[in-house]
Design a protein around this ligand. Structure first.
Ligand code: CTP
Length: 408
């Protein structure tokens, strides 16, 4: 079956010479069976006309946030809500900056800000603009929010210079759009539970025991699972991160709250424990702030927290079919991680070296080993890359499970 048949695409065409290629993209999308609605920004309309866009899309072209007719008939909210995917092609440097900052001063940006749908951008700009730290930061912000990109590519530019910044060809953007919809189905029907971030164990109303976990890896995994169609519940300790799109996020503080939220979210097919759960909590939380005693500092009596990963991995009818743990190690990484996998009874374990705090905690990069019963793999990359690699392995695992179930 054609992946694009009956899919609804909202195409936002921003200002850039590459806008002429978007006409071909509309033609290809229509040919593939998709419905295409278009927003042409003021800048976009300097390069192509609403008439040519409408002629190819077969729909009215929307241009004005302040048009009474447009707003009463369609409205920027409906435009984004009634689509399956929003594509911005070309995405100019200025349009990308507006997206990153959450501006909504024209129809395109307002529709995006009101959107609860996946977004794919095809950047197009001069290579210096693309490489500028401002643009790189903005595109990084969008990617962390789950926005997908197609291109840009290297080559000759309209301005006569050469470098990275050309918009991807319409066929390539179409391939990325297809890949999005194909990926979006791979884990559909599966429920996933992910823990992320640190836990804070209160000593008194103002002090707590915590750790340096940023939650970036766990949140990236939850987002990657959701983008492949899984029904994801993320149980997160305190982090500074936004909730990932299309993920049910439950915010907790302590390990006890985290395990209760995980139990409430069960049953799940996949459980991934990426949280850095505090191993111990104060045996008693003081209701009032502990005052400084002139004679001696207070003594803290600690008690052990429940082990969420071990609890989820216990054999039984409610055990998820795939349980994945993390092993934060500072020495004998692989050996310790192997031992942790056996001890905690999880199927896979992702081992990382947290010995050098600058390298892992809070950073966007990671270096991990995935250890399974049958072997191990080593991955380096951004936390998002690691999440994507892990989700690819999960897809393979469930594909193989299905094949062996079918063979029985
Ligand atoms: N974990 C958990 N609940 C806990 C402690 C850890 O779910 N109370 C999970 C983590 O989410 C991770 C795995 O167990 O997936 C390993 O965590 P780690 O901190 O590396 O191991 P610990 O069990 O704390 O063992 P140790 O401190 O001895 O290395």
């Amino acid at each position: 079956m054609n992946t694009l048949q009956s899919k609804k695409i909202l195409l936002i065409i921003s200002g850039g010479i590459a806008a002429y290629k978007s006409l071909e993209l509309i033609r290809l999308l229509k040919k593939a069976g998709a419905g295409v609605r278009c927003i042409l920004t003021q800048g976009g309309a300097k390069f192509i006309t609403p008439l040519s866009v409408s002629a190819l899309s077969g729909e009215q072209t929307h241009t004005d946030l302040w048009s009474l007719k447009d707003e009463t008939e369609m409205g920027h909210i409906r435009l984004s809500r009634e689509s399956d995917l929003i594509v911005v092609a070309p995405a100019s440097a200025s349009f990308i900056a507006k997206m990153a900052f959450g501006l909504a001063d024209d129809l395109g940006t307002a529709a995006l800000l009101a959107a609860d749908k996946p977004v794919l951008v095809a950047p197009a700009m001069n290579h210096m603009m693309w490489n500028h730290p401002a643009t790189q930061e903005n595109i990084g912000t969008l990617m962390r929010r789950g926005v997908k990109t197609a291109g840009p590519c290297a080559g000759d530019m309209a301005c006569g210079e050469t470098g990275i910044g050309r918009m991807a060809e319409p066929e390539e953007i179409l391939t990325s759009i297809r890949a999005h919809f194909e990926r979006a189905k791979k884990l559909s029907g599966l429920r996933a539970l992910v823990t992320s971030g640190p836990t804070f164990e209160p000593i008194d109303p103002v002090r707590f025991i915590g750790n340096r976990s940023s939650g970036k890896q766990g949140h990236a995994i939850a987002a990657a699972l959701a983008s492949c169609g899984a029904d994801v519940t993320l149980v997160s300790g305190p982090t500074a991160l936004p909730d990932p799109a299309s993920v049910k996020t439950i915010h907790v503080e302590t390990a006890d709250e985290m395990i209760s939220a995980c139990r409430a979210a069960a049953p799940a097919d996949i459980a991934i424990c990426a949280a850095a759960v505090a191993d111990w909590k104060p045996a008693q939380t003081q209701k009032k702030k502990i005052k400084k005693d002139k004679n001696a500092p207070p003594t803290l009596t600690l008690t052990e927290n429940p082990d969420i990963l071990s609890a989820l991995a216990q054999p039984g009818p409610r055990r998820p079919r795939l349980v994945i743990g993390f092993a934060a190690e500072t020495e004998n990484i692989l050996e310790s991680a192997h031992a942790k996998r056996m001890k905690k009874k999880c199927d896979w374990i992702v081992a990382n070296n947290v010995g050098t705090k600058e390298k892992i905690f809070g950073s966007d990069g990671n270096h991990v080993h995935l250890i399974t019963a049958s072997g191990q793999m080593e991955w380096r990359g951004s936390k998002k890359d690691i999440a994507d690699r892990l989700v690819l392995e999960i897809m393979d695992h469930f594909k193989n499970l299905k094949l062996s179930e079918a063979a029985e």
